[in-house]
Design a protein around this ligand. Structure first.
Ligand code: AHR
Length: 508
């Protein structure tokens, strides 16, 4: 099989924000997953687990979304600030437990800064009001002395946080309100307009980024209707501020009566889940086109004060594998992640990379203890799943230019490629999801290579994973390093079954 890597005609840059994360008050995502409290015996920074902070710091998630998800629409930010926190009951996705609200706004923003991540806060559009939203924003961002900025200062945070990413609504077609596009856009207009600007004067630049709740990407008919209807509604009168459109998509694998398991599966399940992941690409293209069609309908400005709404970024705000059995877990939506999930994560990230001209931001659901998790915890126990290794290996693609790949003489189609370049270094991802066959490839590069290396994550059995007892069973490692290569073509490179490799080629 020949793999020719070439420069693209038109440049596509990979936005680092495609590697974002998502944490919610759901199951043990936050409580136990991040928050253990200052008095805990588990090493912590102001109540937040040190093991989790250190692991996430290494992959530096460019963005992190919070507090939900469904929970966002039941969240009152006032319950989670100041000395006295309010206990509430959390029913979200089978969580059914008391939420102490000890991890509130200030804790989340400290956490985001500790892991070098930009916060994305989703406001409550369902049970909250526009006033509550603007007060929350005031608490977080107001510099000038006001009652709410003083409240933040009393909590020990003198400087405003300057949060820019705001989600207005979550899954408003379902748990976020069962709304029609008409109802939602009407509410959205109100909330987006009520939000404070934090401008220095009336001509200063607006750094706020408002995210509109997009379609349920898992429903083909509904998602097309939803996106085109939302765009039509926005075009009916002066459009409000909209910067991003947040699509949610899960690679559902439920089985009969929700019996599909994350760890107990056969070869057929392996291939079905992997082919499910590949469906995302067409959905993203379809949704991008619908947004562009919608933008063409936006009203033309009629005066100096009007601006045409010309651009809305496509965002994938929730994505990941979701198996039926997760619904019955004691800790809601808890899922182990095997090599199968590492492979689908690699495939999905490569779909996002290749479509970086269309998709500008994404966050995986969810970072810890829920669904496609990077990290699992249980009291003092902690383990990094193989999904973590994929994010770590793929970090090298951030801010790079996408390259073209031309594959010929393909004798096995259980293989995927993606490549990008920055500063004369090419990074090539090769995913072999065949269960038995090593696939040999010849790589043809655009110019001579002086050095190259390969990092690999590989399993010997499809069920392999990392557990608290055997935490480093599957771990990515540098398996090849070659200096003084002086070659444009590299032949007969064996790609093992059930593996993800990232090659680094240093060009002359
Ligand atoms: O990620 C789990 C849940 O899935 C989120 O709370 C919700 O937005 C989605 O349906």
């Amino acid at each position: 099989m020949k793999v020719k890597i070439e420069k693209r005609q038109n440049e596509i840059k990979i936005n680092p924000r495609l590697h974002g994360q998502f944490i919610e008050f759901l199951g043990n995502a936050i409580n136990d997953g991040i928050w253990v409290g200052k008095e805990s015996k588990i090493p912590n920074v102001n109540g937040m687990r040190l093991d989790v902070i250190n692991a996430l710091k290494e992959i530096e998630p460019p963005i992190i979304r919070w507090p939900g998800g469904v929970f966002a629409d039941h969240y009152n930010w006032k319950d989670g600030v100041g000395k006295k926190r309010k206990k509430v009951f959390n029913e979200g996705f089978g969580t059914y437990s008391v939420e102490t609200n000890e991890f509130g706004t200030d804790e989340f923003l400290e956490f985001a800064s500790l892991i070098h991540s930009e916060p994305w806060i989703n406001i409550n559009l369902l049970t909250g009001s526009a006033r509550e939203m603007s007060e929350w924003m005031e608490y977080i961002n107001r510099k000038q002395a006001s009652y709410l900025s003083q409240k933040r200062k009393n909590s020990g945070h003198e400087a405003p946080y300057n949060v820019n990413l705001w989600g207005i609504g979550n899954e408003v077609w379902g748990g976020g309100g069962m709304m029609t596009p008409e109802q939602y856009v009407a509410d959205y207009r109100k909330f987006a307009t009520a939000a404070p600007t934090f401008a220095l004067n009336q001509f200063s630049e607006d750094s706020r980024y408002f995210i509109l709740s997009g379609a349920d990407a898992n429903k083909p008919k509904e998602r097309r209707y939803w996106t085109s209807s939302v765009m039509k509604e926005l075009a009916k009168a002066r459009p409000p501020k909209v910067d991003g459109y947040d699509l949610h998509w899960y690679n559902w694998y439920l089985g009969k009566d929700f019996s599909a398991s994350a760890t107990d599966f056969n070869a057929d399940d392996w291939y079905q889940v992997i082919s499910g992941a590949m469906e995302l690409e067409d959905i993203l293209k379809e949704q991008y086109d619908l947004i562009q069609d919608g933008l063409e309908q936006m009203p033309e400005p009629e005066g100096e004060f009007d601006q045409k709404l010309e651009k809305i970024d496509l965002i994938l705000g929730e994505w990941g594998n979701w198996y039926g059995k997760a619904f019955f877990e004691e800790k809601a939506l808890y899922q182990q992640n095997t090599m199968r999930d590492a492979i689908t994560t690699a495939i999905i990230l490569d779909i996002l990379h290749s479509n970086a001209d269309k998709v500008k931001m994404a966050s995986m659901a969810q970072t810890i203890n829920v669904l496609n998790a990077l990290i699992l915890t249980d009291g003092k126990e902690f383990v990094l799943t193989p999904v973590y290794d994929i994010f770590k290996m793929y970090k090298v693609h951030r801010d790079n230019d996408v390259l073209d790949i031309n594959v010929t003489d393909q004798n096995n189609n259980h293989i995927k490629f993606f490549a990008s370049i920055k500063d004369k270094i090419i990074y090539l991802n090769v995913i072999n999801f065949d269960l038995t066959e090593t696939i040999n490839i010849n790589i043809d590069l655009p110019s001579q290579v002086s050095r190259y290396q390969r990092e690999e994550l590989v399993a010997n059995d499809m069920h392999e994973t990392n557990t608290f007892e055997d935490p480093n069973h599957l771990r990515a490692a540098i398996v090849e390093q070659h200096d003084n290569v002086s070659s444009k073509e590299l032949s007969n490179i064996g790609i093992k079954p059930m593996s993800v490799s990232v090659f680094k080629f240093e060009l002359n």
